[in-house]
Design a protein around this ligand. Structure first.
Ligand code: MRU
Length: 354
């Protein structure tokens, strides 16, 4: 598999996990190195790495690391369960995290408790690496499936960061944009800055500039004006969890973009891997929404922009109702209304081809 130029996460020869530190971008391109599962969990919680698929890859690599640290005399199953619980408490909304944890649990379940532990530990490493490489291949397929939806010369609005940084490489919504750019469509990107963490202005803009994609950033509050003046042709965003009826959790502020697109009759697409689809929930009301620190809103990366101690609400995600979504672009195809049927069929096909 050919690698992508931006490598948000990988394992080194000792099995330690290296994360491109997304809290320091775009000013600094530095990697944090984690040699324990606890360190990886902190890296996820502190958003050194972020984005639903990338979080899943990190959790799998963290579990592979943690499994090696379980003492030979210690019963493995309860120790692994403690590590899984640790990873599961890092961030609640992106379902890819829980999917990756279950994939690693399944590796352990395939081995005999009295069997050769070193063989199992190698299988853990291999599974974590497979989750990473599969994600890159999946994103390229999402890009190929979504690219035909982007018109020649289109101006595309996006929210948050859904590129290489948010995945193992290439990206989901930004992967579709990347594919359209590489196909020579002469597109332009308008990136919402995405307060409070500024994934749009810091990360999406950085990725677009690296790829040579024409990008301009806007304050989140400028989206309605640009859409109402006909300056946006379509919007495409990623997802942290897509439930059975198509309701989609994504970065806070996504819902208002979808409402604006609907009001002005332009398509609003979601792009995500099937690992983001959670058919166990029937609609979006049950999706857990992460509430993050008030300090993220009282300040901008440590610089105060509000009175000290003022009350804050800081939900990190919102839910866009399925009726506002024109299509859900995945690696197995584009789901259309009614999503309850299209997503269930695609999930069945995906599982039967695995
Ligand atoms: O809080 P974050 O930065 O992890 O949120 C990321 C998003 O909401 C992305 O849009 C989503 O995870 C899709 S990433 C391919």
């Amino acid at each position: 598999m050919t690698e992508e130029p931006i490598k948000p996460i990988f394992r080194d020869a000792e099995g330690a996990v290296l994360m491109l530190d997304q809290t320091r971008l775009p000013q600094e391109e530095t990697y944090q190195r984690y040699s324990t599962a606890e360190g990886v969990a902190t890296g996820i919680r502190d958003m050194i790495i972020r984005g639903a698929p990338a979080i899943g890859v990190a959790a799998a690599m963290g579990l592979a690391l943690g499994a090696r640290a379980v003492h030979a005399e210690e019963p493995f199953a309860p120790a692994l369960e403690r590590l899984c619980e640790l990873m599961a408490t890092t961030r609640p909304t992106a379902v890819n995290l829980f999917w990756a944890i279950d994939r690693m649990r399944a590796v352990a379940a395939a081995f005999d408790a009295d069997g050769d532990r070193s063989v199992m530990l190698d299988a853990f490493d291999a599974e974590a690496d497979r989750i990473r490489s599969d994600d890159i291949a999946t994103n390229r397929a999402i890009g190929a499936n979504g690219e035909p939806l982007i018109p020649q010369g289109a101006t595309v609005l996006t929210h948050c960061n859904t590129g290489s940084l948010a995945t193992a490489g290439y990206g989901t919504a930004l992967g579709v944009i990347r594919s359209a750019h590489r196909a020579g469509k002469g597109i332009r990107v308008v990136a919402d800055e995405t307060r409070p963490y500024l994934q749009g202005s810091r990360l999406t803009a950085w990725e677009c500039l690296k790829e040579g994609i024409d990008v301009r950033i806007i304050a989140d509050s400028a989206a309605g004006h640009l859409i109402s003046r006909g300056r946006i042709d379509c919007a495409i965003v990623g997802a942290d969890r897509i439930v059975a009826n198509g309701d989609t959790a994504n970065k806070i502020g996504t819902y208002q973009v979808a409402v604006l697109c609907h009001r002005h009759g332009i398509p609003f697409y979601v792009a995500a891997p099937m690992t983001t689809v959670d058919l166990s929930l029937s609609d979006g009301a049950a999706i857990p929404i992460e509430e993050r620190s008030p300090e993220e809103v009282r300040g901008v990366f440590g610089h105060p922009v509000a009175p000290a101690g003022v009350a804050v609400a800081n939900p990190a995600f919102d839910v866009t109702p399925a009726e506002l979504i024109a299509g859900i672009i995945t690696e197995v195809g584009v789901a259309r209304h009614p999503y309850t049927e299209s997503l269930a069929t695609m999930m069945r096909d995906d599982r039967s081809s695995a």
